[in-house]
Design a protein around this ligand. Structure first.
Ligand SMILES: Cc1ncc(COP(=O)(O)O)c(C=O)c1O
Length: 376
């Protein structure tokens, strides 16, 4: 063994170093500065959105997007049950109620048929549905072709949780560009990272201006400190924005490397009964994390057993997100379920997918998977 192989560690090098050193030497160390502005412009251009605001996290972006579209206490916001907790937490921060909905088996993304049923039920029950928050699971866009008209018909705005999907697209449109606003995360494990950070993008200039204002403590434009609203300290530092700019320049290469890894896994598992790669049909996913789904009856082994084998060899894997409706913190919350998210939680395993993986590390992971399969 030659050291631990992580699931998706940061992929940073000399380009990031030169950008951050330049930013440091420029004196712009605060959460304002030319790199923040340039990073916002560059991400907006990449995504094809008119406006962007750089933030301290994706979670902050989701919170501000919901506030800016008018989500308030007592409202309902529809959230896929299969997601990272931040999606649901952002709803709770506003005082609204997250209502969970199950996902499609092929991708793990929000199931449009169930969404339609849930929107009908909620309206029939007299609830104000203030937003739908689709998530682009592991870097594959949700089915916006179906979700957009459904939400338009129900007159419910969409905030796209594109935390994991920068660089992906759906029918020619970039992830993050769907709905009233889209939110990216630049957390340490994401496809590009600023160590911690996020960005909200939108074509709505007023919405972005409101988020920018709320992200800087809602300070009024006067010389002294004057506040008429409760704001937040959610801005991204200029130093971190500089790292993000360097990462963005490498995004296409990093996506290509992650796709290469996905193809190697897909090839290895193609001949193994009962194993499939999540969202494998989506050629425009960014391949952030590659996840296999194992049917134990057909395969003769469980995803968790492969995870334990790899773990013993110092190779990190993870189960798929534990669904929100099973989380103690959301016990008793309303949910429309099909059982798919629970099955993906039990049968899914996320494999090392980092773009910085060396050939030696890749060979080691593949060899250990082969060794496990031979032992079955
Ligand atoms: C689906 C999803 N939503 C939201 C977030 C929150 O982003 P952040 O960690 O930048 O707050 C993450 C990642 O962490 C995520 O995976």
């Amino acid at each position: 063994m030659t050291g631990r192989i992580l699931l998706s560690p940061p992929d940073v090098g000399i380009l990031e170093e030169s950008y951050i050193v330049d930013a440091l030497r420029s004196g712009w160390v605060a959460p304002v500065g030319p790199d923040v502005e340039a990073f916002e412009r560059e991400v907006a251009e990449r995504v094809g959105c008119g406006h962007a605001v750089a933030l301290s996290s994706g979670t902050a972006g989701l919170h501000l997007a919901l506030l800016a579209i008018g989500v308030r206490p007592g409202d309902v916001v529809v959230v896929p049950t299969l997601t990272f907790v931040a999606t649901a937490n952002a709803v709770v921060y506003t005082g609204a109620e997250p209502v969970f909905v199950d996902c499609e088996p092929a991708t793990g993304n929000l199931d449009p048929d169930l969404l339609a049923e849930l929107l009908r039920d909620l309206r029939a029950g007299g609830r104000r549905v203030a937003a739908v928050l689709p998530v682009d699971m592991f870097g594959a866009c949700a089915d916006y072709t179906r979700i957009l008209p459904l939400c338009a018909e129900a007159e419910v705005p969409i905030v796209a949780d594109a935390a994991e999907s920068l660089g992906a697209s759906h029918v020619g449109r970039a992830a993050g560009s769907f709905g009233r606003a889209g939110v990216f995360s630049f957390n340490g494990n994401k496809i590009i990272t600023t160590s911690g950070g996020g960005m909200l993008v939108s074509d709505d200039a007023d919405l972005v201006a409101l988020c920018r204002y709320l992200s800087t403590q809602a300070r009024q434009p006067v010389p002294h400190y004057e506040h008429t609203d409760v704001g937040y300290n959610y801005r991204l530092s200029n130093l971190l924005a500089a790292v993000g700019r360097a990462q963005l320049r490498r995004l296409d290469d990093m996506m290509a490397r992650r796709r290469q890894l996905r193809e190697l896994y897909a090839k290895l598992f193609a001949a193994i009964p009962g194993v499939r790669v999540l969202a494998d049909e989506d050629a425009t996913a960014n391949c952030w994390l590659t996840t296999i789904v194992v049917d134990p009856a057909a395969a003769g082994w469980r995803a968790a057993e492969l995870g334990a084998h790899l773990g013993a060899q110092d190779i990190e894997t993870r189960p798929v997100w534990k669904p929100m409706h099973l989380q103690p913190v959301f016990a008793g919350r309303r949910a429309l379920l099909s059982g798919t998210a629970e099955r993906l939680f039990t049968d899914g395993l996320t494999l090392p997918s980092g773009s910085a993986m060396t050939e030696v590390q890749v060979a080691r992971v593949l060899a250990e998977i082969e060794r496990f399969l031979q032992g079955r």
